[in-house]
Ligand binder design. Structure first.
Ligand code: CP
Length: 305
């Protein structure tokens, strides 16, 4: 299937193939489509990293970029997501990249859209390309995932990054620890064990911090926000407790001084900006995979949903 909607639809071998491809792009190797292909980037939620790294990836692959802004489109006249995507397909888009605030927005499109859909984040649901760039960053550092301990800290419940990463990291052989305020615990995520923040920090090869997703909270938890850094975040004292080789990751945007001390954002252990760079390579690999799979399916005349 050319769509990329959730990490759990990718087999381990698919993931490793995408990472291998991305690693090639990181070394400067390229791939160019044989014909003129158009990619529509539909962002119904704010984004800096995902949106622009998709655009850079598309331009590096010589793909034609169609940028869509919900607030300058017929969505304002009441056009639905389905009609918007169907319109772009009719106009000639060969794939769509979509970020949307609704969990599983893509379900209303499946079986009705005949171009690949790449999920750039759905509500509190999934963020597969973030997960892939996180995996690439970890693989560059440690060579594999087997036996690593990765702790994910903070707003686990509202984080699509935590949901995508915990499942796939467990599947690839890593041990996942969760840590954070009890208000942000996710009882539906079975892939990690909740531990105290200090225990998580001391035992981790990768310390992955999350932003508090205020925009997805029904009510403000001021109890949680006050003294968040001291209680749950990565302070300079906690950084000193990390294993010598351990790295710091964060999907960003970072709330400096909230989930991480501002001086640690660019410290030697931090791979936060490396993650952003890797986002371009991973998205190149994902776009190529989607377009090639679509071509293969057309050649074999298979109808997919
Ligand atoms: N990490 C991430 O998805 O960042 P953006 O919201 O800026 O795309």
């Amino acid at each position: 299937m050319p769509n990329l909607l959730m990490m759990n639809q990718l087999l381990n071998e698919d993931i490793l193939a995408i990472l291998e491809d991305a690693a090639m792009y990181a070394k400067g190797e390229g791939w160019k489509a044989e014909e003129k292909l158009f990619i529509a980037n539909l962002f119904f939620e704010p984004s800096t990293r995902t949106r622009f790294s998709f655009e850079v990836a598309e331009k590096k692959l010589d793909l034609q970029v169609l940028n869509f802004s919900a607030d300058q489109s017929s969505v304002l006249k009441g056009e639905t997501l389905y009609d918007t995507v169907k319109t772009l397909e009719a106009i000639g888009a060969n794939a769509v990249v979509i970020r949307h605030p609704q969990d599983h927005y893509f379900e209303e499109l499946l079986g009705k859209i005949n171009i690949p859909i790449i999920n750039a984040g759905d509500g509190c649901g999934h963020h597969p390309t973030q997960s892939l760039l996180d995996l690439l960053t970890i693989k560059q550092e440690f060579g594999s995932f087997d036996g690593l301990t990765v702790s994910i800290h903070g707003d686990i419940r509202h984080s699509r990054v935590a949901r995508s990463n915990a499942e796939v990291l467990s599947r690839l052989g890593a041990r996942v620890l969760f840590s954070g305020p009890k208000e942000y615990k996710d009882e539906t995520n079975p892939y990690g064990e909740y531990v105290d923040v200090d225990e998580a920090i001391v035992n981790s090869d990768v310390v992955m911090l999350l932003r508090i997703q205020h925009e997805r909270h029904m009510e403000k938890n001021t109890n949680v926000i006050n003294e968040y850094l001291e209680q749950y975040g990565l302070t300079k004292e906690r950084e000193k407790m990390m294993k010598d080789h351990a790295i710091i990751m964060h999907p960003a945007p970072v709330n400096r001084g909230v989930e991480i001390d501002t001086d640690l954002v660019e410290c030697e252990r931090s791979r936060i900006f490396k993650q952003m760079e890797n986002g371009v390579y991973v998205r190149m690999a994902v776009l190529k995979r989607a377009l090639q799979k679509k071509t293969q399916e057309e050649k074999s005349n298979v109808i997919y949903s």
